[in-house]
Design a protein around this ligand. Structure first.
Ligand code: HBI
Length: 97
């Protein structure tokens, strides 16, 4: 099972995750979609990736702005699962322009 990452590991891996910010035991990023339905479509794609990983983000949808917050609840902090899902979210958001 995934172990908690050290502060050094988190900082190093955040360097590869543009747009993501650490706050305590979680990381978050917001994405601006062209319209509300495009934002919901992004959420649908992320939901499929999350389900496939059995690792789920907190999701906040406000009109066209979608915010994903990641943390590994069972470990009480950040693990490699959060980093991996963050990359998948960023890639999906970039695909949608
Ligand atoms: N998602 N973010 C997050 N953190 C978890 O600990 C987690 C999850 N999704 C599913 C899940 N854990 C289950 O595998 C365990 O609760 C059994």
């Amino acid at each position: 099972m995934a172990r908690r990452l050290t502060d050094e590991e988190i900082e190093r891996q955040l360097g590869d995750l543009s747009g993501w910010t650490r706050e305590g035991d979680s990381i978050h990023a917001s994405f601006e979609a062209p319209d509300f339905l495009a934002g919901v479509a992004l959420v649908q794609e992320v939901a499929a990736a999350a389900e496939a990983m059995d690792h789920h983000p907190d999701i906040d949808i406000r009109w066209r702005t979608v915010t994903f917050t990641l943390s590994t609840h069972s470990e009480g902090g950040l693990t490699q699962l959060d980093v991996e899902l963050a990359h998948q979210i960023s890639q999906e958001a970039a695909r949608r322009g």
